[in-house]
Design a protein around this ligand. Structure first.
Ligand code: F0G
Length: 454
């Protein structure tokens, strides 16, 4: 890998060298966020002469070959695609937990129920710390290590902090986590503790944690690992490459992604645009973003002014991973939705809970924030936006064990209030599988079995 990248501001298009990046990753001129570009070949640089383009067939072959290698960087589902993310000077800087190479599952039941025959889930919850954050974390934390930082830090709704803590521990670095007190799932908090992060629970929400951290990075030599860090997004491009590879380089018609801080949708969009630009694929899927109704600033912005401006909201949803009212990367997400012809949708708490149960019933499972994708798909079908013949991929972002409290409350019937159930009550009831408490008695268990079989 060479030092071949520069950074372009997504607001005013100013290009800077990576040494000139400020500690908050914002443009000194306009305050917007940067994106990594590779002058030799990237879309943004607008290279007209194709002489520096890598050969698509050779790349496809190389990426597949690397899966059989015993070298750690080849075994990583992020770094085996390192030709499209040359952000490090030295490959020895790589910090990897063998992230990526996650499964693309066919969703048979949901396909039958929705009428979409080719329906898949790309399960990023099957990463080492149980969420999609690992693919971005291996990239940005390796950069932090290469640049000599001792401390890394993030504000988080839980998954970023779990991933950061693990990768920092792996690299022998220290990590500072700021999380909203009482507002993240226990599984995620336990991971930050387990991996040894300095874990500060602040009496505020996620957006409040972001504000505090902005001041910390100005005053202390810590490297910021929130998704405003453009290197995170280079790692988060790789699930898009895997999806294309797993579908024999035929791009799906539609990719549906949950929206929180809105970085992931933009990373995947960047990847699909780059793949097409390089001739690896012949088109870009529609990329749609789905938010929870109570944490829907992008949805509101698209309705009000087609994504020209955004008004922060006070966020409320049980899908705690996406309980974000003031998303940092909203402008990047708007660009991807517009460039790909996708849409932005919102879904209710009951729709999220039902969709999560349905994904669980496939034997796959996911955390609540991931289930907005299936709930959103149903809305798109209802609005006539997606046809039965289309190939659709749902991006599942987190593992079902991240938030087991949510699942247990759902099946016990304690999760949703009556006024939230509305028209979905009977569908939700039919998916609930409450445990039965019995004496240690064979006949009692046999009776339960008979009842269940009826
Ligand atoms: N799904 C899960 C499971 C998440 O943890 C997040 C974000 C998202 C979706 C939304 O992705 O922010 O790129 O739009 N979690 C962050 C965190 C904010 O701190 O773990 P996004």
């Amino acid at each position: 890998m060479q030092d071949t990248h520069q950074l372009r501001c997504t607001g005013c298009a100013r290009v800077i060298a990576h040494e000139d990046l400020k500690e908050n990753f914002r443009c000194a001129e306009c305050g917007d966020l940067f994106e990594v570009e590779y002058p030799a070949w990237s879309v943004q640089a607008g290279t007209s002469a194709k002489r520096n383009f890598p050969n698509p067939s050779a790349l496809r072959w190389l990426w597949k070959e690397r899966r059989t290698s015993t070298d750690l960087k080849d075994q990583s589902g992020v770094w085996r695609f390192r030709d499209l993310l040359p952000i490090l000077r030295d490959e020895d800087s790589i910090v990897s937990l063998r992230e990526g190479n996650t499964p693309l599952y066919a969703l048979y039941r949901a396909a039958r129920a929705t009428g979409i025959a080719s329906l898949y889930a790309k399960h990023q919850g099957m990463n080492p710390t149980g969420s999609f954050k690992d693919t971005g974390m291996t990239a940005a934390l390796s950069v932090a290590r290469e640049r000599g930082f001792a401390w890394v830090a993030c504000a988080s709704t839980g998954n970023t902090s779990a991933a950061m803590a693990a990768y920092a521990a792996r690299a022998g670095m220290r990590s500072l986590v700021l999380i909203p007190e009482g507002k993240i799932a226990w599984g995620k908090l336990s991971q930050a503790l387990d991996y040894g992060a300095l874990t500060c629970q602040l009496r505020t929400d996620f957006d409040g944690c972001v504000r505090v951290l902005a001041e910390i990075v100005r005053r202390a030599p810590v490297y910021l690992l929130n998704s405003v860090n453009p290197y995170r997004l280079e790692g988060q491009k790789t699930p898009a490459l895997e999806i294309a590879e797993e579908l024999d380089w035929r791009v799906p018609d539609h990719l549906i992604v949950p929206g929180g801080n809105l970085a992931n949708s933009s990373a995947l969009g960047k990847a699909f645009l780059e793949m097409k630009h390089l001739g690896l694929t012949d088109r870009v899927p529609k990329i749609s973003v789905v938010q929870a109704e109570g944490a829907n600033p992008l949805y509101r912005s698209m309705q009000a002014n087609d994504g020209q401006s955004i008004t922060p909201v006070e966020a409320h949803t049980r899908a705690s991973a996406i309980r974000i009212g003031n998303p940092a990367s909203w402008r990047k997400a708007v660009r991807v939705v517009h460039a790909s012809g996708g849409w932005v949708e919102q879904v209710s708490e009951a729709e999220i809970a039902l969709a999560k149960a349905e994904i669980g019933a496939e034997g796959i499972g996911c955390e609540p924030a991931s289930a907005v994708t299936l709930a959103g798909l149903k809305r798109f079908i209802g609005a006539g936006k997606i046809e039965a013949s289309e190939t659709v991929v749902l991006l599942l972002t987190g593992h079902t064990l991240k938030d087991s409290d949510y699942t247990i409350q759902y099946h016990r019937g304690d999760l949703l209030r009556d006024d939230e159930l509305t028209t979905l009550r009977s569908e939700i009831d039919s998916t609930r599988r409450n445990t039965v408490e019995l004496e240690a008695d064979v006949d009692q268990v046999l009776r339960a079995l008979e009842r269940a079989a009826q």
